[in-house]
Design a protein around this ligand. Sequence first.
Ligand code: UTP
Length: 291
Amino acid sequence: MKVRKAIIPAAGLGTRMLPNTKSIPKEMLPLVDKPVLQYIIEEAVAAGIEQILIITNRGKTPIEDYFDYAPDLEARLLQDGKLDEAHKVREVADMADVFFLRQKETKGLGHAVWRAKSFVGNEPFAILLGDDIMLSEKPVLKQLVEAAEKYSCSAVAIHQVPDELIVKYSSVKLKEKLSDRVYSIDDMNEKPTLDEKLSDYAILGRYVLTPAIFDILEKTPPGRNNEIQLTDGMKELCHIEPMCGVDYEGRRYDTGNLKGYLEAIIDFALENKEVGQWLRGFIKEKAESFD
Ligand code: UTP
């Protein structure tokens, strides 16, 4: 089982980040020195992905421009001797083979994924949510791909979350521990109440699925919020095919809400070679002035 293709659903409305996201897609919001989406593409490439399909919608053309060449800008930078900057601009466009497809109606994550059926064909593929960023030593998608390849199964990223979050995400039923951090899964539910939760483990932002999901999604009726839910499709998938949950090593940030976005900015800035040390000093100085 080799995972070569990935899709990045980025066709949501981003209402939690308005008015920021009125004209800038939330995936293009800056995270220290590059947009959120660039980190996600870098994670996919580091996990061995060769082709990436980004699912967009009407308001997301800046994403397409960002991953294209910029001949006028590059010529000007070269003319001015700004070779590093010209290199950075070109590097982004050459990072991966990126394709785009529109989700013409915002009918939910499951519907966005289903749109990728022709691109994916008959092979396992990865999904990385366009606003979920991971900070980890080994790329989280790579951790999933390794588990999927080892156990020949679909794999989803899972993590223990407190009750106040599990009701906003999903919960999974763990069947058996396959190895350190990897469990087989045989059930899941979307946004459970505390009575309905199947464990403290939620699915967070990264998936490797087999193409069997497409036929399932095609028949999945709209669920919560009248949207086609990926979790509803995956619930059926894990009943008919093996699926594992990888309790990934790393930290996840939901940059689609203000607190998650701010946490990501601080943590990624602290890791940054140019500004990390300076920021440490600045935060210490600030903290001393707090009551
Ligand atoms: P979210 O739940 O974050 O929804 O979607 P959203 O619309 O993007 O943001 P809010 O809640 O209005 O602030 C999870 C992922 O699914 C994608 C989003 O782009 C995000 O990556 N998505 C969601 C689609 O691609 N299409 C949809 O119809 C819905």
